[in-house]
Design a protein around this ligand. Structure first.
Ligand code: DGT
Ligand code: CA
Ligand code: CA
Length: 592
C-alpha cells in the first residue's frame, strides 16, 4: 500500500512550494495528501482498476496531481517534484517543520545566515546569531530554541499508529521475500524457517504510545541465518544499513525509524522474545527473581546456576512458568506491579478486542468527517457493533464545520430513517465544545434530546492550570455531559497535554458519574496508560472510542485498546463492552 508514501511526498512538495513562495498550490497539495492518507482503499488498486480517472475521483485530486501520482506509481518518482526539490536547498523541509519558522523565515535564515539544516539552526541558536538578524530579536531566538527542542523530542520517537502498520508491512514483505527465495533455492514448498515466528518485539509489542525503534525477532539456524539477514538489509523500505551481522542487523528506513533484527535458534526463541520485548525494567526485575530461585536468565534461556543446565527458553510461557509466575501479556510488562501479581496469580483479566460492542465517538460529513452517515453506519455494522453514537462537532467548532441546531435536527431525522434499515442502534450524539467558561455549546433543550454528549476542549491550550481545571470541572458538573473526550488534550509529537489538575478532574468526574474517553486516534492516544491507571484509582469508568473521521479510522480501535490494556483495564471498566440493555446504567438519557 503506497498511500502513506504518496501522501508524504505531497506534503513534502507542498512545503517546498511554500518555501519558493508558490502561492495557492501548497494548500491544494496538502488537501490531496490528507485525502489520500484517509482513503479507505489502496491507491495503487484504484489506479490499476480505473487508471487516472479513478485518481481524479478522489476528493481534492485534480488532473495535475493525478498525473503526478500516476507517474509515481509507474516509475517510483515524479520528475517535476525532483526538479523542485533540486532547486530548494536540502534540509529546508525539515527546517520548516520546526514550528513557528515557516517558509519566509526559513528562506531568510538560509539567505542571510546560510542556515540549511536543523543542525545549522541549532548551531546558530547556540551562538546567538539569530537575535542579531533584523526583525528576529532575542524573543524570537528563544522561541526558535524552544521549537527546536520540541522538534528533537518528537522526532526521536514515532507514534504507535505510524510504527505499527510500518512494522507489519516490513514483516510481511520480509516473509514474502524469504518464502520466494527459499522456494527457488531449495525447490521445496516449505521453508525450513518457521515464518510465523518472525514478529515484532520491543515497545511495539507492548503497544507503547510512542516507539523509539522497531525491534524484530526471527528464528533460524545455520546457513538460514545469513539468508534472513540478506533479505532484511535488501528490503525496498531500507534507506541505510547501519550494521549487518550473524545475530543482529540494524537498518534505517526511508520513512525514518531504525529497525533492529535479531535472529536466534529455536531453543532460545522464547527467551529472546521475552528479553527483547522488555521492558528493560520488567526484565531486570525478572532476572532478580531468577537469581533468587537459583537460575540465570538471559536472552538465550533460563539456566540452572549450579550446573549451567538449560532449563527453559523455547517459549515465553515456559520461562515464566519455570520461574513460578503466571504468563504476563506484553502490554503489562512495565514493572508496575505485574510481576508481584503474576506470583500471587492475581493478574487482571484484560479487556480484549472481542469484548467491544460499539463506538461512542465518530464524525460524518455533517461536520468534518469524510464519509456520509450511512456509509459510517454500514461499515460499523460490518464490524459487528451493537451500537454507535454519531458525534459530529457542535456549532462553535467552526474550523471543523460545527453544526447549527437545524442541521443537528436534520441529522436526527436521518438517524431515525436509517434506524429502520439497520440492526444496529444508532445513537444521537454530539462532540460538544466545552466553552471557555465551562458551559456547553448547545442549549439545555437540545442537550436533553441527545442520547450521548461527548464534551471536548479544543481551544485555550495555554490557559493556566486553574483556568483549565475550572473549565473542565464546570463541564463535568453539567448533568448533560456524559463523556469527557480526549481528556488531556495532547497531540503526540506536536502538543503537550494542557495544564490541568487531573486529580481534581478525575475526582469530579467520579463524583458525577462521568465516563473518561480513551481516544484511539493515532495522533492522540488520550487518555494514555499512565493517566488511565491514575483515573482508575478514582473508580472511574472508561470508553474506548475511535473519533473516526473516515471509514478506515474505525480500525484505530486497536491503538486505544492497547492503551486500555496497558492501563490494566478489564472488560467491566470499559462501558462500550456492555450490551445495549445495560448502557442505561451509565447514560441516563438513552432511549429504548
Ligand atoms: P523503545 O525502542 O525506546 O521504544 O523501547 P524498547 O523497549 O523497544 O527498547 P529497545 O529497543 O532499546 O530494546 C528492546 C528490548 O531489549 C527492551 O525492551 C528490553 C531489552 N533490553 C535492551 N537493553 C536492555 C538492558 O540493558 N537490560 C535488559 N535487561 N534488557 C534490555
Ligand atoms: Ca525498540
Ligand atoms: Ca532496539
Amino acid at each position: 500500500m503506497k498511500n502513506r508514501e504518496i501522501a508524504e511526498l505531497l506534503y513534502e512538495t507542498a512545503d517546498i512550494m511554500e518555501f519558493q513562495q508558490i502561492e495557492w498550490k501548497p494548500r491544494a497539495y496538502r488537501r490531496a495528501a490528507q485525502n489520500i492518507e484517509n482513503l479507505g482503499e489502496d491507491i495503487e488498486k484504484v489506479y490499476e482498476r480505473k487508471e487516472k480517472k479513478g485518481l481524479t475521483e478522489i476528493p481534492g485530486i485534480g488532473e495535475a496531481i493525478a498525473d503526478h501520482i500516476a507517474e509515481y506509481l509507474e516509475t517510483g518518482k515524479v520528475k517535476k517534484f525532483e526538479d523542485l526539490k533540486g532547486k530548494a536547498p536540502s534540509g529546508t523541509t525539515e527546517l520548516m517543520e520546526i514550528r513557528g519558522l515557516g517558509a519566509k523565515k526559513t528562506k531568510r535564515l538560509a539567505d542571510e545566515l546560510k542556515i540549511k539544516t536543523v543542525s545549522d539552526l541549532k548551531a546558530a541558536v547556540n551562538a546567538h546569531r539569530i537575535r542579531r538578524l533584523e526583525g528576529f530579536g532575542e524573543r524570537s531566538e528563544e522561541n526558535i530554541a524552544r521549537a527546536l527542542r520540541n522538534y528533537e523530542k518528537s522526532h526521536s520517537r514515532m507514534a504507535l499508529g505510524k510504527a505499527l502498520p510500518l512494522a507489519e508491512e516490513i514483516i510481511f514483505v520480509l516473509k514474502t521475500s524469504l518464502k520466494t527465495s527459499l522456494k527457488t533455492e531449495l525447490g521445496s514448498k516449505t521453508p525450513k524457517i518457521d515464518l510465523s515466528k518472525l514478529i515484532y518485539t520491543g515497545s511495539l509489542r507492548r503497544l507503547k504510545e510512542t516507539i523509539g525503534d522497531i525491534d524484530i525477532l526471527a528464528e533460524a539456524e545455520g546457513e538460514q541465518v545469513g539468508k534472513v539477514m540478506d533479505a532484511f538489509v535488501s528490503l525496498p523500505a531500507v534507506g541505510q544499513v547501519v550494521s549487518k551481522g550473524n545475530t543482529r542487523s540494524s537498518v534505517i528506513l526511508k520513512e525514518g525509524p531504525e529497525v533492529d533484527l535479531r535472529v536466534v535458534p529455536p531453543e532460545s526463541y522464547g527467551a529472546a522474545l521475552q528479553y527483547f520485548t522488555g521492558s528493560k525494567e520488567h526484565n531486570i526485575e525478572l532476572r532478580n527473581i531468577a537469581q533468587r530461585e537459583g537460575y540465570k536468565l538471559s536472552e538465550y534461556g533460563l539456566y540452572e546456576k549450579a550446573s549451567g543446565k538449560h532449563v527453559a527458553g523455547k517459549s515465553e510461557e515456559e520461562v515464566y512458568r519455570k520461574l513460578g509466575l503466571e504468563y504476563i501479556v506484553p502490554e503489562l510488562r512495565e514493572n508496575r506491579g505485574e510481576i508481584k501479581a503474576a506470583i500471587k496469580k492475581t493478574l487482571p483479566k484484560l479487556i480484549d478486542a472481542g469484548d467491544l460492542r460499539g463506538d461512542f465517538h465518530l464524525h460524518t460529513d455533517y461536520s468534518e468527517g469524510r464519509a456520509s452517515l450511512e456509509t459510517m453506519v454500514k461499515k460499523a455494522e460490518t464490524i459487528g457493533y451493537e451500537y454507535i453514537a454519531v458525534t459530529d462537532h457542535s456549532r462553535s467548532q467552526r474550523i471543523a464545520h460545527g453544526m447549527e441546531i437545524d442541521t443537528l435536527k436534520a441529522q436526527w431525522d436521518e438517524i431515525e430513517k436509517l434506524s429502520k434499515r439497520f440492526r444496529m442502534k444508532i445513537l444521537r450524539g454530539s462532540e460538544v465544545e466545552i466553552l471557555k467558561d465551562g458551559s456547553l455549546d448547545y442549549p439545555d433543550e437540545v442537550l436533553k434530546k441527545l442520547d450521548i454528549v461527548v464534551g471536548a476542549v479544543h481551544s485555550g491550550f495555554s490557559s493556566t492550570e486553574r483556568e483549565m481545571t475550572g473549565r473542565i470541572v464546570t463541564a463535568l458538573e453539567n448533568r448533560h455531559l456524559d463523556i469527557l473526550a480526549h481528556p488531556s488534550g495532547k497531540l503526540l509529537g506536536k502538543r503537550e497535554a494542557y495544564a490541568a489538575d487531573f486529580g481534581t478532574v478525575f475526582e469530579t468526574a467520579a463524583a458525577n458519574g462521568k465516563v473518561m474517553e480513551i481516544n484511539s486516534q493515532p495522533s492522540r492516544l488520550d487518555l494514555n496508560d499512565e493517566l488511565i491507571l491514575r483515573a482508575k484509582e478514582y473508580g472511574l469508568k472508561f470508553c474506548i472510542s475511535t473519533d473516526s473521521h473516515s471509514v478506515s479510522d474505525l480500525a484505530s480501535m486497536r491503538y486505544g485498546l492497547g492503551q486500555a490494556r496497558r492501563g490494566w483495564l478489564e472488560k467491566e471498566d470499559v462501558v462500550n463492552t456492555y450490551p445495549y440493555s445495560r448502557l442505561k446504567e451509565v447514560f441516563k438519557k438513552l432511549r429504548d
